[in-house]
Design a protein around this ligand. Structure first.
Ligand SMILES: *[C@@H]1O[C@H](CO)[C@@H](O)[C@H](O)[C@H]1NC(C)=O
Length: 233
């Protein structure tokens, strides 16, 4: 009896666990390999996706009432002015295409925000002239927030308000190379000027009306519409 059980049990005890161990090990290795390959594919795919589609195009519109025209809800006109724009957003830049406004003054333009160089360039399409100013991060949302805003705008029109921005041309830029690749591409072959906020000019930037030659661009890159007035004072 004892010998028999030994005969039976011995080979099983000796071989079965060994065989199990071997196949479990191989199985684990195979699984690990597959997981490794899969994760490689996923990460690689994500990288390729980012690389090949760095920009996305969005379209949005905002209606606005002028804050300076009174905040009362009753005094709203039947027709609220509306700004439409198309914007291309990537990690480093946002390029906004502003069509000529209907029923209102304002120039069509391309506006480029370079988030790496911290610069904004306005290309006025009526004047075919470029205007450059440091990026104002309290007005321009960062790329991801811009994407969120435009995703929100796609699901209907948005009621907002108007903010005025008063800029003054300070000097002509002869060499646009230091402005970086994107602004150089936008402003290539156009007269390019540097600007400042009027309020930051020495003397508070008191307006010399007679000498001013001004034009406006209405656009948004935040939850409000900005009317940028550029003066060649
Ligand atoms: C950015 O814009 C806001 C609102 O127009 C203004 O108050 C602020 O002074 C600007 N900042 C700079 C650095 O120009």
């Amino acid at each position: 009896m004892i010998a028999e059980s030994k005969l039976y049990s011995d080979p099983e005890l000796a071989s079965a666990p060994a065989g199990n161990e071997g196949s479990t090990g191989r199985c684990l290795l195979t699984l690990l390999g597959i997981a490794f390959i899969l994760s490689g594919l996923i990460v690689g795919g994500a990288c390729l996706y980012r690389y090949f589609t760095p920009k996305r195009l969005y379209h949005g519109a905002m209606q606005f009432g002028d804050v300076s025209a009174g905040a009362g809800g009753e005094s709203q006109p039947y027709y609220l002015p509306r700004v439409e724009e198309e914007v291309e957003i990537s990690d480093s830049i946002a390029v906004i295409s502003v069509p000529p406004p209907r029923f209102r003054p304002g120039d069509p333009a391309y506006i480029l925000h370079d988030f790496n160089r911290k610069l904004t360039a306005y290309l006025d399409l009526t004047l075919r002239t470029c205007f450059v100013i440091p990026l104002n991060t309290s007005v321009v949302l960062p790329p991801q927030d811009l994407i969120d805003l435009f995703s929100q705008l796609m699901s209907g029109s948005y009621r907002s308000y108007l903010v005025h921005e008063d800029l003054v041309v300070t000097e002509r830029i002869d060499d646009i190379k230091p402005l970086g690749f994107y602004i150089r591409r936008l402003c290539d072959g156009k007269e390019t000027y540097r600007m400042q906020r009027r309020s930051s000019l020495p003397g508070g930037g008191i307006e010399k009306r007679s000498a001013d030659e001004c034009f406006t661009i209405q656009h948004f890159e935040n939850k409000f519409v900005t009317e940028t007035r550029i003066c060649k004072a």
